[in-house]
Ligand binder design. Structure first.
Ligand code: HEM
Length: 495
């Protein structure tokens, strides 16, 4: 009753003020992003979704909670993100001091400052992706040979992230298979994480020896256990008398004082934090670009002009060059906005003294969850068509007024919040943006693609904090080599 009364002035779905069952149903439904969107649409930008949990799409509140000196703290739901059976990681620590120290130690490795080969490692995997498509998945007037974009983009991001995290990629792209059973494992793990986000007090059960027996282990032949084994081996190679010394991400973490155990846990976290999120962003960006003829032609024109003017390197565009292409950047932002890859909840706790939100006092300890879907489809910011893929909304027209400029600035500030904000913001953003910039540009330059599935739906989708997509069929034709290489192919290769 005390909990109910504390937040009674916030509106929300029926029953949500008395029990967590509404939240459980939504988080395990596979459609949490849609339900979250509807709740804040119907009950206001901050609404109640459980006895002591609010859900918000209010950008200023989200900023306030995650700001560097904010008194808000991570809620118990973060504990459900602990992947390693024995150790916490940067995503799951709730102690602000430990979390802050880890961030300081790990930032140089993530930013690429200590890792001069980061861009080259991503390029290597882009070339592997192109080779896989050319080898196995091109169609022409006589041959229909579609590819599940969701599957190969996950292979791609897993190879990129394992390459940069461990110094040795898993090799999913070269094998064109998932020998780890990773995708199937993820499908099982994500709903479980959602369950424990609703009932975090049950997490203690997972520490019981009888339950730990069923947990992934480094000796497993498949799934997350196999990734743990891969992490353990790769980290062990950096210690002992014959240790490998390398200037890469692991090398950077080691140089900044992470212990062997911390490295094992952090590299495992990197795989889950960095693969599905970026894969979602990539597959949806490509699907939206190729299924919208106007934007696709404009982007191709920008890229081919760039090639003609010598502003795009071969065989793969540089990240710095891609960042200078306004239409490419507009397509990426529009796609991140339309489908923010992380769908919540990442709740933060109100400080003990309480806070006032929308003029209502909120007691200390209340959890406030993040509604990224609502935040990115806010009509008052993005206009009346927030569910339409329209990259033009990111470009100022010739007669733009100061108001238009201010709105564009607010849109820009908001869209980057899909990566979180402030002291909880994503450390992998530079890596993710490099993958997006380079891969989308090369894909559009090299391939002519269309949606390749049936007419009824373009893909199957579920969301449990991250998105799971399947059957995202795409028909791919190779473009003329001259277009891909700019000037003369031979000349460009020699250069
Ligand atoms: C488009 C791709 C990505 C998106 C949308 C994304 C989004 C996010 C979000 C929303 C958070 C949590 C914010 C919070 O707790 O409030 C986060 C944290 C994090 N992400 Fe990403 N991420 C992406 C790619 C990556 C990549 C590629 C990596 C690794 C190379 C990565 C590593 C991390 C890490 C380590 C954290 C934890 C930071 C901390 O706790 O201080 N992410 N990300």
């Amino acid at each position: 009753i005390k909990q109910y009364v504390g937040l009674r002035r916030f509106r929300g779905p029926r029953g949500a003020g008395w029990s967590r069952l509404w939240m459980l149903r939504v988080l395990t439904s596979g459609r949490m992003h849609k339900y979250f969107g509807e709740v804040n649409e119907e009950y206001g930008s901050t609404a109640r979704i459980a006895p002591s949990t609010l859900l918000t799409k209010d950008v200023s509140l989200i900023r306030r909670m995650s700001a560097v000196r904010s008194p808000y703290t991570r809620s118990k739901v973060y504990e459900a993100l602990r992947l390693h059976p024995e150790r916490d990681n940067i995503v799951s620590y709730r102690d602000e001091a430990i979390h802050g120290q880890l961030r300081t130690k790990m930032s140089p490795g993530y930013s690429g400052k200590d890792n001069p080969n980061l861009e080259m490692e991503i390029e290597e995997q882009i070339l592997n992706l192109i080779a896989l498509i050319e080898r196995s998945y091109t169609s022409d007037s006589e041959r229909y040979n579609p590819v599940d974009l969701a599957r190969i983009m996950t292979f791609f991001t897993l190879d990129v992230i394992s390459g940069i995290a461990f110094g040795r990629p898993f090799g999913f792209l070269t094998d064109n298979s998932d020998p780890f059973g990773y995708l199937q494992n993820l499908r099982m793990m994500l709903p479980a994480i959602m369950f424990f986000s609703v009932y975090p007090e049950l997490l203690g059960i997972l520490r019981l020896p009888a339950v730990q027996y069923f947990f992934p282990k480094a000796s497993d032949a498949t799934g997350v256990g196999k990734v743990m084994g891969w992490a353990k081996e790769s980290v062990a190679a950096r210690f002992g008398p014959n240790k490998i010394e390398q200037k890469d991400m692991l090398g950077s973490f080691l140089a900044h004082g992470l212990t062997q155990e911390e490295l094992e846990s952090e590299t495992l976290t990197q795989i889950t934090a960095g693969s599905d999120s970026t894969s979602t962003a990539l597959r949806l960006a490509l699907m939206h670009i190729f299924t919208h003829q106007g934007p696709c032609s404009k982007l191709l024109e920008e890229l081919t002009n760039g090639l003609k003017d010598g502003k795009i390197s071969r065989p793969i565009i540089r990240d710095s060059e891609a960042r200078e292409l306004p239409y490419l950047q507009a397509c990426i932002k529009e796609s991140l906005r339309l489908y923010p890859p992380v769908t919540g909840m990442l709740s933060k706790n109100v400080p003990p003294e309480g806070d006032t939100i929308d003029g209502i006092f909120v007691p200390g300890g209340t959890s406030i969850a993040w509604n990224s879907w609502g935040m990115c489809h806010e009509k008052s910011l993005y206009g009346d068509d927030p569910y339409v893929f329209r990259p033009e909304r990111w470009l100022l027209h010739d007669k733009a007024s100061p108001d238009d400029e201010a709105r564009l600035q607010a849109m820009n500030d908001t869209v980057w919040m899909v990566f979180g904000y402030g002291r909880f913001g994503c450390l992998g953003r530079p890596v993710a943006m490099m993958e997006l910039n380079k891969t989308i540009a090369e894909f559009v330059l090299r391939f002519d693609c269309r949606a390749g599935g049936g007419l009824e739906k373009m893909w199957d989708e579920e969301s449990f904090g991250f998105f799971l997509h399947r059957n995202m069929w795409m028909r791919i034709e190779k473009r003329d080599d001259k277009l891909v290489w700019g000037k003369d192919k031979f000349h460009a290769q020699v250069e």
